[in-house]
Structure formats: structure tokens, C-alpha cells
Design a protein around this ligand. Structure first.
Ligand SMILES: NC(=O)c1ccc[n+]([C@@H]2O[C@H](COP(=O)([O-])OP(=O)(O)OC[C@H]3O[C@@H](n4cnc5c(N)ncnc54)[C@H](OP(=O)(O)O)[C@@H]3O)[C@@H](O)[C@H]2O)c1
Length: 303
């Protein structure tokens, strides 16, 4: 699988990341097989959060990684979501990292993200936490998730390290950041700029966008592949999949990977065949025509 630089971090990462939000119920054998399939396909970047499975996802993963494997995997985790509130305080960030280190059974985290904007965020406080975590060697690189350009700029203005990631919901069925760019200045709903131009902002500032829920429609409403609600999209994904000899799932990933922003989509499946499909989508390059055909088949409009 080809690699990309994660933001301006200097860290080279596979272009498909493996999401671990749904692995909390795996037993040891299943978790080892999951990690093994990912690694054998070149996908050594794993995405976590302190809250996934109430901490169980990190624990399950930590047991599946032996100490001798640690240097061969890149572990990203997140903090900042708590029951009923968001929390970017110095105390919560540092406590959350200590908890993740313990559950993951490691002494460093490669990438730490702030999970979802905290309305009470004080950038100086975040900067103090990040600087200490970096100096102590507990965290190597930093980023954010679900943030708009001004939120990123505000944080960045206080930090002495670059934010290298912004994780955002993105798929062919959830593409407001593409829609608003295509429909600039039009009187239609697709023209509504919901994110402050985050796609172009991240490209301009060399921040890697990591699409989450790449196979879902709505907010965790379900997978769009083989879903009777989306006949036109499934027909198109099927036709293009047949041409390349891959599944509809792989074509959906290839659609994200075809965008020149060099995004790093995150898989969500726990099924080993589908996981392999998602990872191997990086071997396909859709044509410009196919990319737009899929975009339109998903119900997105052109002006
Ligand atoms: N930053 C954030 O706010 C945020 C939010 C959500 C998620 N994330 C990250 O993003 C990752 C991916 O999100 P997600 O889990 O919602 O991803 P997803 O790939 O959109 O959804 C995966 C779910 O769809 C199911 N599915 C059914 N048919 C499928 C098919 N043909 N292909 C693929 N999946 C199919 C999977 O079931 P099977 O397991 O049976 O395949 C699984 O339950 C998470 O693991 C997490 O790391 C981040």
C-alpha cells in the first residue's frame, strides 16, 4: 500500500487507517486475527479513542500487540469526550493519555487527537498539556477531529508543534465539504458551507484529513452498500467494481482515495474479508469520470 506523510509530521503512514471503534467485543483470538490481517496487507496505522467500548477497544488491542510488535505499529488515540460534556482541560487530557497508555500496554502514543470541539476550550491549557506530553515522550504527534478552520487556527496559534490531522465524517453519502465547493454561490442547499471550507483549509495547511464512517449514511444510520434505500448508488458501485474486479466496498474507499487531498480514510468493519477489501482499495485509481458518476449516483447534485 502506498504511504503518505501525516500532515507535516514527517511520519509516513499507510493511506488506509484501521479503525478500532467496534472491536471491543472481540476475544483475544479474534483481535489477533484482526491485527494480523491488517498488518499482512500493509495497514499498520490503528485509530482508537479512550471512549471506544468504554476503554475496552484499547484493552483488547493492547493484548493483541506483543511488545516486540510495538515499533511496527502506529497507534493513534483520542481524548476530550466525556459523559454529557466535552473536556479539553489540562487535567483531562493528561489523565486520558495516562489511561490510554495503560490500556494499550505501551509507553508512547504516536498520534493524539482532540476528539470533538470543547466549547470551553482554552488553547493555552491545551498547549501546556501537549508540550508536557511531547517532552515526556508519551505522545509524538498531535491533531484534532471534527474541527473547523478557525478552531484549528486558534489552537495552532498557541502550540509549538503542528497539528497534523483533522478527522472528519466523510463518504460518498456524507460529502458536504465537496458539495459546498462545487456549488459555490448557488441558491441550493448543497451550496451551504457547513464547515468553513475545511477541505481547502486542510490542503493549504498540509493537515491530513482522516474520513470517519466511510461506509455509513447519516450519523451511524447504517451502511449504504447493498442497502435497498440506495439502488442507483449500488448499481454504479457494482458496475465499477466489476470493471476493476473488486467489491462495492472497495470502490467506495477508492472514491475517497481518488480525491487529490490525499485523505487517509479509516476502516470501520470488523469483518476480515471486508477489512482486506477496504485496505486493498488503495490499489485502484478511479477515473475522473467514474468519480463523478459515483458522486451523482449517491444523489449529490452538480449546479
Ligand atoms: N472522530 C470521530 O468523531 C469518529 C466517529 C466515528 C468513528 N471514528 C473512527 O472511524 C472508524 C470508522 O467508522 P465506522 O465504524 O462508522 O466506519 P464504517 O466503515 O462507515 O462502518 C462500519 C460498520 O458498517 C458495517 N458494514 C456493513 N456492511 C459493510 C460493508 N459492505 N463494508 C464495510 N462495512 C460494512 C460494519 O459491519 P461489519 O463489522 O460486520 O463489517 C460496521 O458495523 C471507527 O472505527 C473509528 O476509528 C471516528
Amino acid at each position: 500500500m502506498y504511504k503518505i506523510e501525516l500532515g507535516k509530521s514527517g511520519l509516513l503512514v499507510p493511506t488506509v487507517a484501521v479503525g478500532c471503534m467496534r472491536i471491543s467485543d472481540m476475544n483475544e483470538k479474534e483481535a489477533s486475527a484482526f491485527v494480523e490481517i491488517a498488518l499482512s496487507n500493509g495497514a499498520n496505522f490503528f485509530d482508537h479513542a479512550d471512549i471506544y467500548g468504554g476503554g475496552k477497544s484499547e484493552t483488547v488491542f493492547g493484548k493483541a500487540i506483543s511488545p516486540s510488535m510495538r515499533e511496527d505499529v502506529i497507534i493513534q488515540t483520542k481524548c476530550g469526550i466525556r459523559q454529557g460534556r466535552f473536556d479539553f482541560s489540562y487535567e483531562h487530557i493528561t489523565e486520558s493519555v495516562n489511561g490510554s497508555l495503560k490500556r494499550l500496554g505501551t509507553d508512547y502514543i504516536d498520534v493524539l487527537l482532540l476528539h470533538r470541539p470543547d466549547a470551553l476550550c482554552e488553547p493555552e491549557e491545551v498547549a501546556r498539556a501537549f508540550s508536557e506530553l511531547k517532552a515526556s515522550g508519551k505522545v509524538r504527534h498531535f491533531g484534532v477531529s471534527n474541527q473547523n478552520p478557525y478552531q484549528i487556527q486558534l489552537l495552532q496559534s498557541c502550540l509549538d508543534m503542528p497539528l497534523c490531522v483533522n478527522q472528519l465524517q466523510f463518504s460518498v453519502m456524507h460529502a458536504p465539504m465537496i458539495q459546498s465547493g462545487i456549488n459555490v454561490n448557488m441558491y441550493n442547499d448543497s451550496a451551504i458551507n457547513r464547515d468553513g471550507g475545511v477541505l481547502d483549509f486542510c490542503r493549504l495547511n498540509k493537515i491530513t484529513i482522516q474520513p470517519w464512517s466511510p461506509m455509513q449514511y447519516g450519523f451511524f444510520e447504517g451502511c449504504f452498500v447493498d442497502n435497498e434505500k440506495f439502488p442507483e448508488l449500488n448499481k454504479k458501485l457494482g458496475e465499477i467494481g466489476e470493471k476493476y474486479g473488486v467489491s462495492k466496498t472497495a470502490v467506495s474507499f477508492a472514491w475517497i482515495l481518488r480525491h487529490p487531498a490525499k485523505m487517509q480514510p479509516i476502516t470501520g468493519t470488523t469483518n476480515l474479508t471486508r477489512l482486506t477489501d477496504c485496505i486493498r482499495a488503495s490499489e485502484i485509481t478511479l477515473t475522473r469520470e467514474e468519480w463523478y458518476e459515483i458522486y451523482r449516483a449517491a444523489g449529490n447534485i452538480l449546479p
